[in-house]
Design a protein around this ligand. Structure first.
Ligand code: ATP
Length: 240
């Protein structure tokens, strides 16, 4: 149901050791929307994604995915429940081939036939990957690695895609292609995306909403259109 929030986060706290990084995050993410997660270096964007995907343990608060609390659920079970995380730096296994990397994305799937279908769909989506199935990860360009990381996440048929800095190191044209792809996936399949980006303009160009983090808290949560158009908001929180 597109009207129910897919993800609700309330008072989420987390960190590395004694110092808290997330200091009470509140978020409501509707199904089938793209949310840009913005904010200065060190604001906690990466830590937020890592906590949602189970890599960092919350120290407090609640995370509710499709109505079920997922506080300290192991990563593997979160993947089964529709969470996919593409980390900053992409996490492609460079020793493995393109095809082997993509198969990793389907490792936890019980429906093997659909895992195979999803893999074929990724090859349709990303022609360069289809051409280089047997190439190893370290032979790929930056753009191809980003496609591969995204493709691997899509083989898991996620409901919620957590993307950390997909534009990092990519040419503007490739970044634009990735943003268009996200929009298509949202429109065609109802995919829900949390998109962490330094590239504020390109993130807001596809996002439905935007949240700005500062010092581990949400300081703005707005329609992306308002963030694009409201000069005062942009100057105050996004610095342009
Ligand atoms: P950036 O755009 O620089 O990645 P960010 O908003 O994603 O910024 P985080 O990476 O979440 O911010 O970092 C938030 C804070 O947590 C920073 O002060 C950072 O130094 C600290 N931090 C991040 N990772 C670790 C870690 N593995 N161990 C200890 N501290 C960390």
């Amino acid at each position: 149901d597109r009207d129910l929030p897919l993800l609700q986060v309330r008072g989420l706290t987390a960190g590395y050791g004694a110092a808290p990084v997330l200091r009470g995050i509140d978020l409501t993410i509707r199904t089938g929307t793209i949310t840009a997660v913005l904010g200065a270096n060190g604001a906690g964007k990466t830590t937020l994604l890592r906590t949602l995907s189970g890599l960092v343990r919350p120290t407090g608060g609640r995370i509710v995915l499709a109505g079920e609390e997922i506080g300290a659920t192991p990563v593997e079970r979160l993947v089964r429940r529709g969470m996919a995380h593409v980390p900053e730096g992409r996490g492609v296994v460079t020793e493995l081939t393109v095809e082997e990397n993509l198969r990793l994305g389907g490792l936890w799937r019980r429906d093997r036939a659909d895992a195979k279908r999803a893999l074929d769909e990724v090859y349709e989506l990303f022609a360069p990957l289809a051409r280089r199935r047997r190439a190893s990860g370290h032979q790929l360009s930056g753009g191809e690695r980003q496609m591969l990381a995204l493709g691997r996440a899509l083989v898991a048929r996620p409901r919620l895609l957590l993307l950390d800095e997909p534009s990092l190191g990519l040419a503007p044209k490739v970044t634009a292609q990735i943003m268009t792809l996200l929009r298509d996936l949202r429109d065609r399949t109802g995919l829900t995306v949390l998109l962490v980006e330094q590239n504020v303009r390109s993130a807001l160009s596809v996002a439905d909403s935007g949240v700005v983090l500062a010092l581990g808290q949400v300081v703005v949560a707005e329609d992306a259109a308002r963030l694009r158009e409201d000069d005062d908001l942009r100057h105050a929180y996004l610095g342009f």
